[in-house]
Design a protein around this ligand. Structure first.
Ligand code: KG4
Ligand code: ZN
Length: 344
């Protein structure tokens, strides 16, 4: 079955044609990062306007590149939550109109479930159950994926997302926006033990995380060295910061997998492109006798193929968006859309 997938939850306008939840026939991603870099972060109104301008052409391009006829497309999948509400509404409105015009079903998809599904594209042998670590710019979650459309959130960040901490540290180090990749490169050759940075544990739920103290510690270090006029080993600070983030992530997803009796862990979201975090996840999984599936960096960041892939499994479970389908800025990954028709 061919699905046209649409993703506009943040600052990437993306469309893809996917087959049976596992194969990408075409995938187009248009990043708006340059437009937002000027402001040091995503400006919601600019994001929405840009989605309006580019979504139609991006969809046409995906269809043309896939080589399939419009009439071969069996359903449309669209990200309906979570994200910037204006940005989401552009994609949802467009998808509703397209599904009416083509007379094919519309499937609502949760963005975080989509990130997890990126792994199905990268690893055809991967099937649930497994425990997933999702680390992106807006979310940091540990999820037990019992089945393709049945999941349980076991832990989450209490404050900043891991990607947000990367972006804020990059900003204070003068590396621009978004800063995850720049910190990753800067850390090369740095000493990850040069700076002693906090590792927060959260009372109540050992699988919950917190990154705001770490972010503040980095900001204070940078300010102090600037005030004293002392040189700062930025490479080692980047390496120490990455080590601290990684120490919060890898042990928790392994602990979650052990508690759930899973022997497979999956990484998902933009932050999983990080070289240190990937290395630590692989090492921790091997030490625990588990297997780690980490999508290639191109599939870690926002894209529409992951939405088309998850959309296929949501379609099989019976989920359909009706005329009332809305977009939601926040929504737990283990909840169902309240206005959805069918499915669970
Ligand atoms: O999943 P994503 O593309 O978008 C959201 O859903 O938020 O994640 C974006 C986040 C940004 O915070 C970005 O700085 C971070 O992923 N990121 C990285 C790396 N590449 C992207 N963080 C650390 N290391 C990287 N190599
Ligand atoms: Zn994302």
């Amino acid at each position: 079955m061919l699905i046209l997938a649409i993703e506009t939850s943040c600052d990437e306008t993306a469309a893809a044609i996917c087959e049976n939840g596992r194969r990408i026939l075409a995938g187009e991603v248009l990043s708006q990062a340059d437009m937002h870099a000027l402001y040091g972060g995503v400006v919601p109104e600019i994001a929405s306007r840009r989605h309006i301008e580019t979504l139609g052409p991006i969809c046409s391009e995906a269809v043309a590149k896939s080589g399939v006829a419009m009439s071969d497309i069996g359903a449309i999948a669209v990200t309906c939550a979570p994200g910037l509400i204006g940005a989401l509404l552009v994609g949802v409105s467009f998808a509703k109109s397209a599904s009416k015009a083509l007379n094919i079903p519309l499937v609502p998809v949760h963005h975080i479930r989509g990130h997890i599904a990126a792994c199905y594209i990268a690893f055809p042998e991967l099937t649930p159950p497994f425990c997933a670590l999702v680390a992106s710019g807006g979310h940091t979650l540990i999820i037990d994926v019992e089945d393709y459309t049945k999941m349980r959130v076991l832990g989450s960040t209490r404050d900043d997302a891991a990607g947000e901490a990367f972006d804020k540290c990059a900003r204070i180090l003068g590396l621009g926006y978004p800063g995850g990749t720049a910190i990753d490169s800067l850390s090369n050759g740095g000493d990850d033990a040069a700076f002693s940075l906090p590792r927060a544990s959260v009372s109540g739920n050992p699988l919950d995380m917190s990154f705001s103290g770490l972010k503040t510690a980095v900001i204070n270090l940078v300010h102090n060295s600037a005030q004293k006029g002392e040189p700062l080993d930025k490479s080692s600070l980047a390496a120490s910061f990455q080590a601290a983030v990684s120490d919060a992530l890898a042990p928790r997803v392994i602990a979650a997998a052990k508690a759930c009796g899973r022997n497979v862990i999956v990484g998902a979201g933009g932050v999983i492109a990080n070289s240190r975090i990937r290395r630590d996840l692989e090492t921790a999984a091997t030490a625990a006798g588990m297997k780690a599936f980490l999508p290639p960096p191109a599939l870690c960041g926002d894209n529409a193929a992951m939405i088309g892939c998850q959309g296929y499994y949501e379609f099989l479970s019976g989920s359909r968006a009706g005329d009332e389908q809305n977009a939601y800025a926040t929504m737990p990954a283990d909840a169902s859309f309240p206005d959805m028709i069918g499915g669970k």
